[in-house]
Design a protein around this ligand. Structure first.
Ligand SMILES: [Cu+2]
Length: 756
């Protein structure tokens, strides 16, 4: 639909007015000047709790005329053109070595001035000595210094076995001065973007961080909350309480970052990222299989126990504060982490019969990044002054109109005419992507698909365009630029049109159509330009140069791993993700959520187990219970309908994708391990999964983070068989407060508990 410019201007004005009104209400709510009850009284909520749809009357109704970005006028670009800034590589962080003291603590180098990391949280010390200032939040004088809950339940599981060898100290804080998404854009205000920065008192980093982990080298990551103490100082969105989820590493629940353990400004949380290889208690327990290993830094390998078919590669970590995840992640609370292993070494030259020699580089023993590139693709929206904008009233899905790669607006990247590996993450809130590569002649460039959600596929799959890519899905591909001469320019192109209401994708454009752009959605079309050049500076060894004349030693072998067989399961489960209406996140007696939710929150999104009653998120309710490790189950996720597509994420374990009911299943999913499954409109998916090694409280949820916040999320409880461990029983629910954690006893849905 093309509008006359006069009508178009009027509609833009209306959308801007609606947004200004919303902004006023958000401010008034955050300052306590109006309440949720007022909003009901004014008719802005219906009896059912939904936002009233009175377009033009209600400041909470979305304008029909600003479909993308969702509900607001177009973002200003300040004259910025695409492909006029260099794509930033992610900010690689270097860990510090840790040592073990006589008490069994992990000790940081003295120069950092950090207290040692303990198996038990410092909250335990605080609870024993509340008057001792050494264990109190230094910013407020209230509550514990560490957000990790006290006692054995939140002690690091298998601490000695996976004793951390290296450590990081990060802050989550206001963005560093003069941070811009493009040189033409204004600098972001300190509270417009919040992200990780290195060190205790750091400002946030842009571009996002990258960590390199390796099997056999457990990591201790200390995250300080350096956000403003005053909740209202958030630039209009974002909550100053955080918990860091490592998506989707195999860690104890105390370090999963999604066990209702958010922490407050002034405090830290010690996460132990164990690098545990799944099935270590069941398969290859003596660590004799060389494929189950990590690089030793000197061309050799350190064997680890576990199943090499479960090695993980491309992962990320991000905020998981229940009810505020979308706001916080969009605001910048995320980073990437690659795990390296014997087969997936990040060294293309080293030939030892184990290393696959995938494109990466060879200047370093492992983890070369020269030809192994992380691409974080996301969409954003900006207010008229150019500050990052988010619509906190939208419960359906938020689509931005500015494409970002590694948080830079439509950048370019220089590449050599050789093979590259790209690790592509969809870090949008609600937008699905579908990417292809256009040659200089605007024809599709074939590439090889090698990993899905960080799991190598058995055989590389040649494609000319990717499948839909839902939020949090990671696709690793290898692109060979050797057919293109120096001077050539190629494009990474998004082919997928979205419904403006966030419901899901509509249709895939042809490459030619997408290259022409979509007047209704600037995130359809090219988002990144590749420029083929004769030399590039090395990322791995600063000061070194990589030349196009050097031989490309990298390979993409025909076999990357082995298939995990699908077997008869011990039990099956059915989980339906839908829109059943009024969720039950609020306690009817108190009106409060667990944990606390926004005053205005309503809960259209719900989950049903085995066809029983629909529920929305409550951290004190267990929806699925896994009675013991090692039992193989088949789960079917069903879409409750309504034309919505939901990318559903299971924490902690991957599943082997078996089928999509009667629907077709692409080669990139058939028998492939994943941790996020798009349900497709009206669709379903069945996968095989088993749990092991760790226990406690995890979650399963929609990764359209807007749906997640309103509150399409449920708790999973894993019981272990480890004698004496608290995780042999259902663990109590931690409830974080500024004065410390209070535990409550969770309810368990009988339909989710096989012991019943
Ligand atoms: Cu969803």
């Amino acid at each position: 639909m093309y509008l006359s410019s006069k009508a178009s201007r009027a509609r833009q004005r209306e959308a801007q007015n609606a947004r200004n009104n919303r902004a006023e209400i958000v401010k008034a709510l955050s300052h306590g000047q109006i309440t949720r009850r007022d909003l009901y009284k004014w008719g802005l909520f219906t009896a059912g709790g939904f936002l009233a749809w009175k377009n033009g009357l209600s400041p909470l109704a979305r304008s029909a005329f600003g479909a993308i970005p969702t509900g607001t006028p177009r973002s200003p670009l300040f004259g910025a053109q695409k492909f006029t800034q260099r794509m930033p590589r992610l900010a690689l962080q270097t860990p510090t070595p840790l040592t073990r003291d006589a008490a069994g603590n992990a000790v940081f180098p003295a120069a950092l001035g950090e207290r040692p990391a303990q198996r038990l949280s410092y909250h335990t010390n605080f609870s024993a000595n509340p008057a001792d200032p050494a264990f109190r939040n230094p910013l407020t004088g209230r509550g514990p210094i560490e957000g990790r809950p006290p006692g054995e339940v939140f002690a690091h599981q298998r601490w000695d076995e996976f004793f951390p060898k290296v450590g990081y100290v990060f802050s989550m804080g206001q963005i560093a001065p003069n941070t811009k998404f493009h040189p033409n854009f204004p600098a972001q205000n300190p509270n417009s973007v919040w992200s990780f920065g290195p060190g205790r008192f750091a400002r946030g980093n842009a571009p996002p961080m990258l960590l390199k982990g390796r099997y056999g080298e457990p990591i201790l990551t200390r995250v300080y909350n350096n956000l403003p103490l005053v909740r209202e100082e958030n630039g209009g969105f974002g909550r100053n309480e955080i918990q860091t989820h490592f998506h989707n590493a195999h860690n104890g629940a105390e370090s999963d970052g999604a066990a209702n353990v958010h922490h407050f400004p002034g405090t830290f949380y010690d996460y132990r990222w164990s690098t545990t290889l799944a099935r270590r208690d069941k398969i290859n327990t003596q660590a004799t299989d060389r494929r189950a290993s990590g690089p030793d830094g000197n061309g050799g390998l350190v064997n680890v126990a576990g199943d090499f078919r479960e090695l993980q590669g491309t992962m990320w970590f991000h905020d998981h504060r229940f009810f505020f995840t979308a706001e916080n992640v969009y605001k910048g609370n995320f980073a990437k982490i690659n795990y390296y292993s014997g087969p997936d070494r990040g060294n293309e030259g080293l030939a030892d019969g184990i290393n696959l020699r995938l494109p990466s580089g060879q200047l370093l023993d492992w983890g070369n990044l020269d030809f192994d590139v992380n691409l974080i693709v996301s969409d954003a929206a900006f207010d008229p002054t150019g500050q990052l904008f988010f619509d906190i009233f939208n419960t359906d899905g938020f689509l931005g109109d500015v494409p970002l790669v590694n948080l830079a607006y439509a950048p370019f990247m220089e590449v050599l005419p050789r093979k590259y590996r790209f690790r592509i993450l969809n870090a949008c809130m609600s937008r699905f992507l579908q990417l292809a590569i256009a040659s200089p002649a605007n024809t599709p460039v074939p590439f090889k698909f090698i990993a899905n959600d960080g799991n190598l596929v058995v055989n590389p799959i040649t494609l000319t365009q990717l499948d839909h890519q839902g939020i949090a899905e990671r696709y690793d591909i290898v692109v060979d630029f050797s057919a293109f001469q120096v001077g050539s320019r190629l494009k990474l192109v998004n082919l997928l049109r979205m419904r403006g209401d966030g419901r899901g994708p509509t249709n895939t454009l042809t490459l030619a159509q997408a290259l022409a752009g979509d007047p209704n959605d600037p995130v359809v079309g090219p988002v990144l330009e590749f420029r083929v050049v004769g030399s590039v500076p090395s990322v791995d060894v600063p000061g070194a140069t990589q030349f196009s004349t050097s031989p490309d030693l990298s390979q993409v072998p025909a076999v990357l791993t082995e298939q995990i067989p699908v077997v008869t399961p011990v039990r099956t489960r059915m989980v339906e993700f839908g829109r059943a209406g009024n969720g039950d996140s609020r306690n009817p007696a108190t009106g409060q959520c667990t944990p606390d939710c926004p005053e205005t929150a309503v809960f259209p999104w719900t989950i049903k187990i085995n066809g029983q009653e629909a529920h929305s998120m409550n951290a004190n309710r267990i929806s699925l219970l896994i009675p013991k490790p090692g039992e193989i189950e088949h789960w079917t996720y069903v879409n409750g309908g309504g034309g919505w597509d939901h990318p559903i994420h299971l924490h902690f374990e991957e599943g082997v994708t078996i089928n999509r009911g009667s629907g077709s299943i692409p080669a990139t999913e058939r028998l492939v391990r994943k941790d996020v499954w798009r349900l497709r409109a009206g669709g379903q998916v069945t996968f095989q999964v088993q749990f092991g090694e760790y226990g406690g409280s995890y979650v399963n949820h929609c990764h359209n983070t807007v749906h997640e916040d309103f509150a399409m999320l449920m708790r999973i409880q894993l019981l272990t068989g480890v004698a004496g461990s608290p995780q042999t029983a259902v663990t109590p629910t931690p409830n974080p407060t500024p004065d410390g954690v209070v535990f409550t006893t969770p309810e368990i849905l009988p339909e989710g508990d096989p012991r019943v």
